[in-house]
Design a protein around this ligand. Structure first.
Ligand code: ADP
Ligand code: ZN
Ligand code: ZN
Length: 667
């Protein structure tokens, strides 16, 4: 009989805790179940991760209060996977476990035997769809993948196919193979492309077998979907990042669509990357992993080129449709000839007019929301900044307020300058609201809709906007990256990019890659039907290789250029990064703590490549002064181990917070 249990607790402590198992609980206790345990003065939920009678006898152990679950909540596989996350992403095992289970369960409130109503997907609402006859390229891809599925072989495929080349159809048919063998599949999509359109394609093919998980579900809904999977009533999960933890017990395939998307990285503890977790989970299950993208991340393409992934290309659009022609407009020329900054070039205005006249639709893209993004005083130069962040406030016309896009602080727009009391306040910079108003000023007769996080905060608004566009009630759709991905509207013949420079100017070694991806994705929205398509890209840096290569749909050329810089400056894929952010309410305290931490790291390993500390790109956020430093090393695990060593001796000054981000996706 086991007298002691090892318990993982969701606190940032790099260890598990041993508790005595009371006699009464002997029959109930098992690995993978939740328990209530005393922890200091509190009662907390813990997870049983080990049983045994070995014990540290130097102190009296406390007893488990009670066992919560009748059946284990966590499988052996899930324990292994969360342990792997703990090792690789610098968090505790308990924190990793809590990332892997739905919200309601964490507080110990829900019992997994709870009876529940059925899920929100109504199959009757969906048309059923049959598999297409595959093109030659698709068939070849499917054949290779199916072989791995049948052989229960862990292999990672990079399905590298241009937009509308039929990647999703390959996923659907591979899933079909998995179901035939009585196994299950997980399909991850980025949060913002978890649109009704995407879900529809899966439900119409597989009906009741599909569970859907995304962040807008209420905890109760999320639990219902989770339970449906746990009970084996759903064999396919379509979901955002956290769906990688779906409780399937016979996994046959994992798919990550748009694998290059940064939303697969969690930006809170545990800061895991779903792509890497997926690879580990596929390895544990001996099943293939498909990474799909038109613009693979440099990391994945590098692995494919060097034989770690199997590279499969889809080079043609379905029905041999052509990729749209992309025209770059040099806005510096526009400036010279017009003497006034115009939002739209003449080329773009003419194209919009033509599109409307032909009864077709246009997508107008700008990756920044709001009306004016920079407000200052012409007399004294004062800039309206957030009082908590080192960022400029953005004017939002819809609610006539200034908003900070980093902390959501809101303020009334000033009538006079807060500093010199002059009335010369001017508004610069543009966001989607301004673009929308300019489109309607130029084309008063056109029906226009705007889609960004401001217009889609209400439940159902997302569906409403896309629905109206689909049936042609609106003819122009203005929006942020929300409209850049995944949408399949055959009547869209024009895509206008108001400014390609927004993402290019972000201080991050990945800004070129981001820009290339965004331009390629948004261009891919044009010409999906029989009417061809054109894309117009406005920029002040037309010679930049990210813009040049994107305009020619030339991923390989982009990769060739970009990989040189990465190698020279030693960035991924040539090295792994860990970003440390030290913050405090007092600038000096933060700065000193960062310097001390850097010194402590250098002392443990004088060879460690460490840059910084330096002020973060946004040096103050939510009232905290922030300093970054960057570690570079070949081995992710080595960095984590080193930081654990440092952590055990480093005395963190009062009021200082330290965040460790392994494989950061932003600087
Ligand atoms: P991607 O995922 O690469 O963007 P999709 O799978 O969405 O491409 O395919 C684009 C369009 O072509 C979709 O409307 C899809 O239904 C259709 N399609 C895919 N494969 C075929 C095929 N083999 N024959 C005919 N139509 C197809
Ligand atoms: Zn002033
Ligand atoms: Zn702010």
């Amino acid at each position: 009989m086991n007298k002691f249990a090892d318990i993982a607790i969701s606190l940032p402590l790099d260890r598990t805790f041993q508790y005595k198992i009371p006699d009464l609980s002997q029959d109930q206790i098992a690995i993978g179940k939740r328990v209530f345990v005393p922890f200091g003065p509190r009662r907390v939920v813990g997870y049983v991760v080990g049983l045994g009678d070995e014990v540290d006898t130097s102190r009296e152990l406390k007893e488990i209060i009670s066992v919560i679950d009748k059946e284990p909540l966590l499988s052996d596989e899930m324990l292994k996977l969360t342990h792997w996350i703990k090792d690789n992403y610098f968090c505790s095992w308990g924190e990793a476990i809590e990332a892997a289970i739905p919200g309601g369960i964490k507080k110990g409130k829900l019992e997994i035997g709870t009876r529940i109503k059925d899920s929100h997907i109504k199959v009757e609402d969906h048309k059923s769809s049959v598999p297409h006859d595959l093109t030659e390229e698709q068939s070849k891809a499917l054949k290779a993948i199916n072989e791995s599925i049948q052989k229960k072989e862990h292999k990672t495929y990079l399905l590298h196919g241009i937009t509308a080349s039929g990647k999703t159809e390959v996923y659907l048919q591979a899933i079909d193979e998995v179901l035939k063998l009585g196994r299950q599949a997980i399909m991850l999509v980025p949060e913002i492309s978890l649109t009704p359109q995407t879900v529809e394609r899966f439900v119409s093919r597989f009906g009741h077998h599909v569970a859907v998980i995304h962040s807008k579900l209420t905890p109760a809904r999320r639990f219902i979907e989770w339970k449906k999977i746990k009970d084996g009533r759903a064999s396919i999960v379509v979901g955002a990042r956290s769906a990688i933890f779906s409780p399937m017990d016979n996994l046959g395939l994992i798919i990550i669509d748009e694998e290059h998307e940064t939303s697969y990285k969690q930006d809170d503890v545990p800061r895991y990357h779903a792509r890497d977790v997926a690879e580990e989970r596929a390895r544990l299950n001996n099943c293939p992993l498909i990474l799909g993208s038109a613009t693979p991340s440099l990391e994945s393409y590098y692995k494919a080129k060097h034989g770690h992934y199997k590279h499969i290309r889809l080079t043609k659009r379905i029905e041999e449709r052509l990729l749209p022609k992309v025209k770059i407009v040099d806005m510096r020329m526009e400036l010279e000839t017009r003497k006034r900054i115009a939002i739209f070039s003449r080329v773009l205005l003419e194209a919009m007019e033509r599109t409307l006249k032909n009864g077709k639709q246009a997508i107008i893209f700008l990756n920044r929301r709001g009306f004016s993004t920079f407000i200052n005083c012409k007399k004294c130069g004062f800039v309206m900044k957030c009082k908590r962040c080192d960022t400029s406030m953005v004017y939002h016309f819809d609610d006539k307020r200034l908003v900070c896009h980093y902390c959501d602080y809101k303020a009334a727009p000033p009538d006079i300058c807060p500093k010199c009391k002059s009335a010369y306040i001017s508004y610069f910079g543009l966001g989607t609201e301004k673009v929308e108003s300019e489109v309607s000023r130029n084309f008063p007769q056109a029906k226009i809709a705007r889609m960004d996080s401001d217009t889609t905060s209400k439940a159902g608004s997302h569906e409403q906007i896309l629905g109206d566009f689909k049936v042609g009630d609106t003819s122009m759709l203005v929006g942020t990256q929300m409209i850049a991905k995944g949408l399949d509207f055959p009547e869209v013949t024009l895509v206008g990019v108001v400014s390609a420079d927004v993402s290019l100017n972000i201080p991050d070694f990945r800004s070129s890659e981001r820009t290339f991806n965004l331009l390629t994705q948004v261009a891919g929205r044009a010409g999906r039907g029989d009417h061809g398509g054109e894309v117009i890209v406005q920029t002040y840096t037309p010679e930049h290789y990210a813009i040049q290569t994107a305009s020619k749909h030339d991923y390989d050329k982009f990769y060739e250029e970009e990989i040189i810089t990465r190698k020279e400056l030693l960035f991924p894929p040539f090295i792994n990064l860990t970003k440390l952010t030290v913050r405090a309410r007092n600038d000096e305290v933060a700065q000193n703590a960062a310097a001390e931490l850097a010194a402590a790291i250098r002392q443990k390993d004088p060879e460690m490549m460490l840059s910084g500390p330096a002020p973060a790109p946004i040096s103050r956020m939510r009232g905290y002064y922030r300093y970054n430093m960057l570690l570079k090393h070949k081995e992710r695990l080595y960095m984590c181990k080193l930081l654990r060593d440092v952590q055990s001796t480093f005395k963190k000054p009062h009021g200082v917070l330290i965040a460790v981000d392994v494989d950061p996706v932003s600087m």
